[in-house]
Design a protein around this ligand. Sequence first.
Ligand code: TYD
Ligand code: MG
Length: 490
Amino acid sequence: MAKPPKTVFVCQECGSQSPKWLGRCGDCGAWNSFVEERGQEAAVAAADSPHRYALAGAAGARLYSEIELEQHARITTGIDEFDRVLGGGIVPGSLVLLGGEPGIGKSTLLLQAAANVARTAGAVLYSSGEESEHQIKSRGERLAVGTAPLYLLAETCLERILEEIARIKPALVIVDSVQTVFSLKFQSAPGSIGQVREAATQLLFTAKGHNIPIFLVGHITKDGSLAGPKALEHVVDTVLYFEGERHHSHRVVRAVKNRFGAASELGVFEMTSAGLRPVPNPSKMFLAERPVNAPGSAVLCSVEGSRPILVEVQALVSGSTYGNARRMASGIDQARLSLLLAVLEKRAGLNLIGDDVFVNVAGGMTVDEPASDLAVLAAIASSVRNRAIPATAAMFGEVGLAGEVRGVTQAALRVREAAQMGFRRCILPAANIDPGTRLPPARQGRSGDPLPTSSDPNASGGGNGLGSAEDEWELIGVRTVGEALDALLT
Ligand code: TYD
Ligand code: MG
């Protein structure tokens, strides 16, 4: 039998291994991602140990019907918005990865949560490989950590961290960051995929074995992905991701994966001089600086997870002085913008050839659901025609290649949020109004009649909690982009 190779080359993106260096990973297609790693024998030896892959209590296969349902008593982080993204608090024994760019607030949020948990649920271990105890403490002073039983450990050696966990038996562990942790079993550098995966796996066993929730902080690589994302994402229970611009004070934490709650759930925060403060009404914040009666501004009713959020989509169309027109999207997908521009030219008769088009979701928000299409098109058309969309109108809807406006999910939720935020008119896909097809769920159980539309003689009085001033409230169902633009821009 051939001896196992002493060195292997490991793709830092997906963890795929090769005996020799490759320019491009055959598995995930990443370029220049192979790094030489050692310590294969140690890994093999560790894999031979019988307990390595055994989770505590997993004695053998058990009958589904004999397994009692465990009611996880969740631990609250003391920060509403953070609890919300986690699906209602921290699940004991869960492993959570919190990713984000440097300086966005990962350490701040976790230190705040750590202090709160220490106050209510018992000892917390905050292990940092990035800052000294003194640095953490001086930050903690700003965050008013106080006298809670919070243990700080400036350590990068995985085995030492595991020892401290066994000694302190904390209610919560935070490892900041997983890329600084290294295991003595491996000789490769901290941050390499082998080390990161080993750290995550060992911490997973600790979390499950001792029922201690563990948070891992993960760094974002240059191209915006978590370093070693594929390797970590399936190991952890929950992946949270910090979004936002460093120049803005607000931050968004999004659940990308959650075994214990809805994915794409959002938590919204504001960075203040005393740490991150939850923002209970994000729609209000995102619309705070909206210019009224300015062309190129459209209000979108989007839904993130279970939460409706109104955001402003802005567009600017201006004649290009140079040969090739530019199309820039921030906050929406660039490819989606190209597609929507083609639809606008072909189906709504707008001539955009030779124009620069800039689209931006205000406040640094990112929207990636198709329901945003209509608002993007409306904002662009509004800028082209130099005519403002009424300030009291909000909209949503997916747009197809034929220029048709398609129904979207959770229409009732979106409509209700618009009404609550004081909007008087909502432009939505006709399919979301028609009772026979996709009626907004909240409406379905109550009565068979459709939501009131503008063509409906009894247009007022939705009676669905759609707003206080029901007489002024108007829902306009549209079938095509043309209809939508007529409703908004005339
Ligand atoms: P930090 O949590 O250190 O970021 P990360 O761990 O994601 O790298 O956040 C640091 C930034 O937050 C820094 O620019 C200063 C700012 N900040 C405040 O504005 N207020 C505060 O109370 C704290 C602690 C930090
Ligand atoms: Mg940090």
